[in-house]
Design a protein around this ligand. Structure first.
Ligand code: GCV
Length: 702
């Protein structure tokens, strides 16, 4: 009896100790099992020396100390002074030219000297990044001690939170907001520190803490106190805080009669407000603005331009180091227009008119974070405006938190595409990192996927998208495979065979998702409002460009949006080389076909299949691929923590069910136009279109 009781207690204890709720993200620091490997690291764990009066170096030292304690089981001392001993880690902010000439401000070098490992940088935060690099190498069982030099390519590497004051998160799929506004500034949730560490570990150095559909409330003294408390926590980790602002604040908050950016009183209001913010947050990062977009107020309400609005805020920011980030996500509700062209056309006349403190933040594609979009034409068409990249990490259109979708290949596809803006090799990455136009400011933002869920991101694999975003903002040349392997090693397992298999699953996951949702370059056919699941038949919405038919243009002849010279001519916004790449329907990459061409159902494609057949094969194949993901995951059971394994397995079941839902919905709906049987090698859906349409109501109780 006693024995049985003890064994229950022991099992419970084992579960408590070993079950992994994912909360530690990529900083788990579990004990390394490989003794030989561990000893090779222990050699350098006697001490950590550095000027710990500097709060950032102190954080670097503490991180290494707790990392070593967990990974190596050592009690490493922190020494505030340099030492002549060997066998430790030296943290140094250095102005030694020969050491630092290859480094930019945030860059770091790691090398061996006198039996120690030295982490050196021009700045304390560079040393912190180096400390995390060293820990990453240990966590992923790499050799340490050889020379490493690493510099971020993008200067501002930023998360954009779409978090609201009431605790909800717009397009958040991992619980409620992680910012506890009701508790701040008095209670500092320990997660703020965990958040800062996780971000610093991947080089993120900026965060905008509230939704771009912004409430003026964030500019009140009450909220500035709260934001200050968050900024104080993030500062030692090198993270600067930005605020999304509501353009109408001078009226709603300041009681002015107008928010016209050319009105002197309005300008004065912003000048004073900006000064006030700096009293709370001296290193305030700046403003992020969504203006005249989806009902948000902006300068056009007063007959002014985006440049007028942005430059007014830039003027207020002049005495300070912060910047103004002005979003280019704008489009008017024109049933006869083409949303693809709107931002380009509104901003093109303003190219060269923005203040040097302004950077225009552009979504990766011209519509809205669709699973696959051609790169935004603004990236190849603006040589006198600083442009920033906005990716969406939260998976609004990519399966939210139930479908396994690793986004690094999507980020890479966009960054690696050549705009030809200044001849061959003018990739989107080079526009963004400032190297193409020799710009001193560069910015890459990712819409965050964090929330109050224990594992921060909902689906355990969604963490990898946050991780990948940060790593690519640091170095856009990293491959999506390398990033995945790092993340797997730190978050899931270091077993080599398992790592290879999981990496393969991750690399296949995006093409799989696209196959059963938006094959051949289809887009924007999701459930209305919540944006989950299929609704290709959506004909009426509050705006014509919120329907599905606006995008897929299915008719009795064929499918796809003709953006050639015959119709919208959006292709003309790109350089000649890009037009040639996508403009000819016979040569256009099939993955982008429907973005640019209306193709007849019976036209033979390069695969030898007609459009209709190809469409069906892709939808069906997407489901088969999800089933393969399920099988692969099942085989990985011995290598994965029980809780994580169960969570992913369950989500893969949902994914399979919903892949079939997408497939049936789209194939049956498009068949109404194609009027052709489903290829005989495929089993037709076991329900009809009306039945599938009803699922939308069942799923979402609309
Ligand atoms: C914050 C899409 C989303 C909106 C989001 C908007 C934007 O339309 O559905 O929720 O609003 O993009 O990026 O501003």
């Amino acid at each position: 009896m006693k024995k049985a009781f003890l064994s229950i207690i022991f099992s419970l204890f084992a579960i408590m100790v070993f079950a992994d709720d994912g909360s530690r993200l990529w900083l788990k620091y579990d004990l390394i099992k490989d003794q030989k490997q561990k000893l090779s690291y222990i050699k350098f764990s006697k001490f950590i020396a550095g000027n710990t009066e500097n709060p950032t170096l102190q954080k670097a030292a503490e991180e290494l100390q707790s990392g070593f304690a967990g990974l190596l089981g050592t009690k490493t001392i922190i020494s505030p002074k340099s030492t002549s001993l060997s066998g430790g880690i030296i943290l140094e902010v250095s102005n030694n030219q020969s050491l630092t000439q290859s480094l930019n401000e945030d860059g770091f070098a790691i090398f061996a000297r006198n039996g120690n490992i030295v982490i050196s940088s021009k700045s304390a935060v560079g040393v912190l990044y180096g400390a995390f690099e060293l820990l990453r190498n240990i966590q992923t069982l790499q050799a340490i001690g050889q020379n490493i030099v690493s510099n971020p390519r993008v200067k501002i590497r930023m998360l954009n939170h779409w978090d609201n004051a009431n605790g909800t998160v717009e397009r958040g799929y991992a619980g409620s907001s992680m910012w506890k506004w009701n508790e701040l500034p008095f209670r500092i949730d320990p997660r703020y520190v965990a958040y800062a560490r996780a971000n610093a570990a991947i080089g993120i150095n900026a965060t905008s803490i509230n939704n771009v559909n912004a409430s003026s409330r964030f500019l009140t003294a009450e909220y500035l106190e709260k934001i200050k408390a968050v900024a104080d926590v993030l500062r030692p980790y090198g993270i600067r805080v930005f605020i999304s602002v509501n353009f109408r604040s001078p009226r709603t908050l300041g009681g002015l009669k107008t928010s016209d950016p050319l009105d002197p009183e309005v300008r004065k209001w912003w000048n004073e407000k900006t000064k006030e913010i700096h009293q709370y947050i001296p290193d305030f990062g700046g403003y992020l603005v969504k203006a005249n977009s989806e009902g948000e107020p902006g300068p056009q309400d007063y007959g002014r331009t985006h440049a007028d609005g942005a430059n007014m805020l830039a003027e207020a920011m002049k005495p300070f180091s912060g910047i103004v980030i002005w979003r280019a996500f704008v489009y008017n509700a024109d049933p006869n227009g083409d949303r693809f062209k709107e931002a380009f056309e509104q901003f093109k006349p303003l190219d060269g008119k923005f203040d040097e403190k302004v950077i225009v933040q552009v979504k990766n594609g011209p519509i809205d974070f669709m699973p696959r979009e051609p790169f935004h034409p603004m990236f190849g068409g603006f040589s006198n405006t600083k442009l920033a990249m906005e990716f969406q990490i939260t998976q609004e259109y990519l399966g939210q938190s139930t479908h396994l979708t690793y986004l690094a290949p999507m980020f890479k596809e966009c960054l690696d595409t050549d705009t030809y803006a200044k001849g061959k090799g003018s990739t989107v990455a080079k526009v963004i990192d400032g190297s193409l136009y020799n710009s001193q400011v560069s910015l890459m933002a990712g819409v965050a996927n964090t929330g109050s869920d224990a594992n921060w991101c909902g689906h355990p694999f969604n963490q990898a998208n946050w991780y990948a975003f940060g790593r690519l903002a640091w170095d856009n040349t990293l491959s999506s495979e390398k990033i995945a392997k790092e993340w797997i090693g730190m978050a899931l397992t270091n077993d080599e065979k398992a790592k290879v298999q999981i990496n393969e699953m991750m690399q296949k996951s995006l093409p799989t998702y696209i196959s059963y949702t938006y094959p051949l370059g289809l887009s924007h056919m999701m459930g209305e409002g919540h944006h989950y699941g299929p609704e290709p038949w959506l004909t009426k919405a509050a705006r014509p460009d919120w329907t599905s038919i606006y995008y897929h243009r299915a008719d009795s002849i064929g499918l796809g949006f003709d953006r050639t010279g015959k119709m919208s001519n959006a292709l003309n916004l790109y350089t000649k080389e890009v037009r040639e790449m996508w403009g000819n329907p016979d040569k256009c990459d099939l993955n982008y076909l429907m973005w640019f061409h209306h193709i007849a159902w019976n036209k033979k494609l390069s695969t030898g299949n007609t459009l209709w057949e190809e469409l069906c094969y892709r939808y069906y194949n997407g489901v088969v691929e999800v089933q393969k993901l399920q099988k692969d995951w099942t085989n990985l059971k011995p290598y994965i923590d029980t809780e994580t394994f169960g969570s992913v397995s369950a989500r893969l079941k949902i994914q399979e069910k919903e892949a079939i839902w997408w497939r049936d919905a789209c194939v049956l709906y498009f068949q109404e136009f194609a009027k052709t049987p489903i290829p005989s090698s495929l089993t037709p859906p076991n329900r009809n279109l009306e039945e599938v349409k009803k699922l939308v109501e069942i799923y979402h109780l609309r």
